[in-house]
Design a protein around this ligand. Structure first.
Ligand code: ADP
Length: 294
């Protein structure tokens, strides 16, 4: 296993859950993820689009960072580059001095499975699975958790996010807000070091949107995760520790750290911070789906 993964494994323990540093210690902090001079283009010749151009972005644990800007400005592409989903044409993504994109696809996949969670606008829930089974699948496939352990942790997470009474329902039986909260529960249940969300509130009314951003804020501040959120929604700004703006593929401004968010009334209590043992196992998704829906 490379030093990158040794470091990440260590960093997802107690150190990852320290309180955020004060702004005066800012310059001494090493980013958990650091995109440097990233560039990505699509297409050829006259139709070529430079989606991201020479962007550097440091991202810290215990912080919720917003990436804002008009549609087509390159936000989703930058998120994909820095989260290990899309290979850049140029630039690097560093994790404590190691370069993510020099690793093989298998190592990258392992890194993402172990340390990253992703939340997308469409929720991407499996239609055939109940809310609880969506979470169980992540734990059984990603960590090799036993059936009973996966069930226990999934039930605990859904309960803490106020979804206990919905745990037996399938996506078609849930509202848009409930589906997005299940998607967030699924992202949080494996206690990721890095949480990436692309427009997580854009399909929600403000009550549901507020619950979602509360959860993401809590993931950063109470669970020690690095949280990066791509959004158009300026109502999320008060919840952010940092706000970056993009235009035409470039970062044009940064604001932050902001004042801490006071609105936490609807936020659920934090999970117990037990770290699961990582025991990957070779098993097909199809088999897990069949097992989970049995
Ligand atoms: P945003 O998230 O800010 O809306 P995107 O990162 O999705 O912006 O897109 C930035 C630019 O890159 C846009 O012009 C978009 O059309 C283009 N683009 C993004 N993904 C692709 C792709 N897979 N193929 C071709 N062009 C793409």
């Amino acid at each position: 296993m490379s030093r990158l993964f040794h470091w990440l494994a260590g960093s997802s323990g107690e150190n990852a859950r320290q309180a955020p540093s004060s702004p005066s210690l800012e310059s001494q902090r090493v980013p958990a993820l650091h995109g440097k001079e990233l560039a990505k283009g699509f297409g050829q010749g006259e139709t070529r689009t430079l989606a991201v151009q020479d962007v550097s972005l440091p991202l810290h644990k215990n912080e919720l960072t917003l990436l804002m800007g008009p549609s087509g400005s390159g936000k989703s592409t930058l998120l994909a580059l820095i989260s290990g989903l899309l290979r850049p044409d140029a630039g690097q993504v560093h994790a404590l001095g190691e370069e993510m994109w020099t690793h093989s696809n298998v190592e990258l996949e392992r890194f993402r499975l172990k340390h990253c969670s992703y939340i997308f606008q469409g929720c991407n829930l499996f239609p055939a699975l109940t809310a609880r089974q969506q979470l169980e699948l992540v734990l059984r496939w990603g960590e090799g958790a036993s059936h009973s352990a996966a069930r226990e942790r999934s039930t605990a997470m859904l309960t803490q996010l106020g979804l206990a009474k919905k745990s037996h329902l399938r996506p078609a039986q849930l509202s848009g807000g409930e589906k997005q909260r299940v998607a967030i529960a699924r992202a949080l249940v494996k206690e990721p070091s890095f949480l990436f969300a692309d427009e997580p509130t854009s399909a929600l009314d403000w009550d549901n949107g507020q619950q979602v951003i509360d959860m993401l804020h809590q993931a950063a501040h109470e669970r020690g995760a690095m949280v990066l959120v791509v959004t158009h929604d300026s109502r999320l700004i008060p919840y952010a520790d940092r706000v970056h703006h993009m235009e035409d593929g470039r970062l044009v401004s940064e604001a932050g750290p902001t004042q801490p968010v006071l609105h936490q009334q609807s936020a659920p209590p934090a999970l117990p911070l037990t770290k699961p043992v990582f025991q990957p196992r070779r098993v097909s998704v199809q088999a897990l789906l069949q097992e989970a829906s049995a």
